[in-house]
Design a protein around this ligand. Structure first.
Ligand code: NDP
Length: 282
């Protein structure tokens, strides 16, 4: 049976460290970090994510500003709201909850965020820095995965690392971070010819697809480290990942659960990024 990569415990440890740092700085008279979160429209999943971010901020002493807009706003309006926050010295981080409702230009909106307040690391200059191996902000989900690996002394150096999924927010930056840690990285996607043949080579497998139970036990190597980024609902409406957890955990050496794995780590990394922005401004 695999060892569980306990994201919940590690996230709690990271948040406690940040909370202590903020409390100490506050005692010296330094203002706390401030994170502005924008939510457009009424997507229920996005509303839950925003609520959780607010809860995390409250827990560790980050001031959170919430901006809720109807789905009928324009790109111009949203960009002008972001610009106000860009020039507000009291605001350290700006996050626009994605996806935006249809009709809004996500690329233009994200590009409006000042790179030094881009706590999601979505702005192109921050993406470029990740590519160059010199990031200011690490993308939250891949950074959460790397923290988990480090916590369990899993070193990607020289290992076959397979990332399933090539999105801009998870798959691609995940591959770059594994590469930066000297992994031999392969990226798979929906056009990969024989997915199982590739995943079976993986010493470290990261699944970031969005398909419940796509990764089955026959697709992994005995003793592989399996990290499940996926967040799906199973046939009973229960939260589950991309990995068929129980059969795979019989074969893997380490496995991250859903929930309690990468999701909570992603949230902790957002708090870390908000503090990174704050440290550089105070
Ligand atoms: P996207 O839909 O943007 O990307 C999914 C990727 O999976 C694409 O690259 C796609 O390939 C690939 N894919 C689809 N079907 C297959 C297949 N059958 N075999 C191989 N590859 C396939 O999703 P995201 O990257 O945004 O998210 C992925 C999952 O991670 C989702 O479940 C999401 O909810 C979850 N997530 C979890 C987070 C967390 O904090 N735990 C944070 C962010 C996301 P192609 O490019 O060819 O279409």
């Amino acid at each position: 049976m695999a060892i569980i990569l306990d994201g919940k415990a590690l996230a709690a440890k990271i948040k406690k460290k940040l909370a202590d740092e903020i409390a100490a700085k506050k005692a010296e008279g330094v203002r706390p970090p401030c994170l502005a979160v924008m939510l457009v429209g009424d997507d229920p999943a996005s509303a839950i994510y925003v609520r959780n971010k607010k809860k995390d901020c409250e827990e560790i002493g980050i001031r959170s500003l919430e901006f809720l807009f109807g789905a009928d706003i324009t790109d111009d309006f949203l960009v002008s709201e972001i610009e106000k926050l860009n020039s507000d010295d009291e605001v350290d981080g700006i996050l626009v909850q994605l996806p935006l409702p249809k009709g809004l230009d996500e690329k233009r909106v994200i590009a409006a965020i000042s790179p030094d307040k881009d706590v999601d690391a979505f702005v192109s200059s921050n993406v470029g820095q990740i590519m160059l191996g010199d990031p200011t902000f690490l993308p939250c989900t891949p950074a959460g995965v790397m923290e988990m690996l480090a916590e369990y002394n899993i070193d990607p150096t020289g290992k076959e690392c397979v990332v399933v999924g090539r999105s801009n927010i998870v798959g691609k930056p995940m591959a770059m971070l594994l590469l930066a840690k000297n992994g031999t990285v392969t990226i798979c996607h929906s056009r990969t010819k024989d997915l199982a043949e590739v995943t079976r080579r993986a010493d470290i497998l990261v699944a970031a697809v969005g398909k419940a139970k796509l990764i089955t036990a026959d697709m992994i190597k005995q003793g592989a480290v399996v990290v499940d980024v996926g967040m799906n609902r199973d046939e009973n409406g229960k939260l589950c990942g991309d990995v068929d957890f129980y059969p795979v955990s019989e074969k893997a050496s380490y496995i991250s659960p859903v929930p309690g794995g990468v999701g909570v780590m992603t949230r902790a990394m957002l708090m870390e990024n908000a503090c990174t922005a704050w440290r550089s401004r105070t």
